[in-house]
Design a protein. Structure first.
Length: 265
């Protein structure tokens, strides 16, 4: 005789849904109202992963405050919905998401995700602010704080990861690189305004390496003299496309390098 354990039915959404997170919340709450928010963003992410989104989008709305954890891990969702994680659209720095260990936001599963309207930074050994090695991560209106100086990158697309910037943003901290593609990763940011709000230092500002592609053309850099960095590095059969922006297009104080089969266009 065999015994089968019936698993709980996965909730099927019939409309778009919003979950709320606040520093005054509790992860024992349902997160479905401003008055019953979760305490942690990861709890909200895990909850979204437990439902069937069908065709509906889900939003995680983060209230003002500072949220410190070991990094947020995006989970594969059931259904065709997009998960949007958002903070304060008017003043993104009012919502500060800080990692004391791993990368601030990691995407390693298929799916479509959006992050916007908050500040990201690391205080521990976390390497990156946005780390995408599978799926599609769109971002806009973020404030990029400090990443790890030796290898930390603000936006890092690797493997089958795709990162698309859909709106302007602010750079307020440094790291190894501002953006980096590697090992078949793909990055895109076009026709946007990037504001460098403080003096920041990178080893490289823009990097494409190990058979990858990065597109960053038509960008307007506000306060580019705030950046200390080599302007770009492209190598090992990779393409860094600036739309013909020229050698001094990216911010920095050291000339860029194209080597070992890398192309700067």
């Amino acid at each position: 005789m065999s015994y089968l354990k019936r698993l709980p039915a996965r909730e099927l959404l019939t409309a778009a849904r919003t979950y709320y997170v606040a520093t005054t919340g509790n992860d024992a709450n349902d997160g479905l109202a401003v008055g019953t928010p979760f305490l942690t963003i990861q709890k909200a992410i895990d909850t979204v992963a437990s439902v069937d989104t069908a065709i509906y989008g889900v939003t995680i709305q983060i209230a003002d405050g500072t949220y410190t954890a070991a990094g947020l891990v995006l989970k594969q969702m059931t259904g065709a919905g997009t998960l949007t994680i958002q903070g304060n659209a008017g003043t993104p720095a009012n919502v500060s998401v800080v990692s004391n260990s791993d990368s601030v936001v990691t995407l390693s599963v298929p799916g479509s995700f959006v992050v916007k309207d908050f500040k990201l930074s690391t205080t521990g050994a976390g390497s990156n602010l946005l780390f995408v090695n599978q799926g599609l991560l769109s971002h806009q209106n973020l404030n990029f704080g400090s990443a790890t100086a030796n290898n930390g990158t603000h936006v890092y697309a690797v493997g089958d990861g795709k990162s698309v910037c859909t709106g302007g943003y602010t750079i307020s901290g440094g790291g190894y690189a501002h953006f980096r593609s590697a090992q078949l990763g793909w990055l895109s940011a076009t026709g946007l305004t990037l504001t460098i709000s403080a003096a920041v230092t990178f080893t490289e500002f823009a990097v494409a390496q190990y058979i990858s592609w990065a597109t960053a053309w038509g960008l307007t850099f506000v306060n580019p003299l705030n950046v200390t960095a080599r302007r770009y590095l492209t190598e090992y059969n990779s393409v860094l496309y600036s739309g013909g922006g020229g050698a001094n297009y990216f911010p920095g104080n050291v000339a860029g390098v194209a080597a070992n089969g890398g192309y700067y266009l």
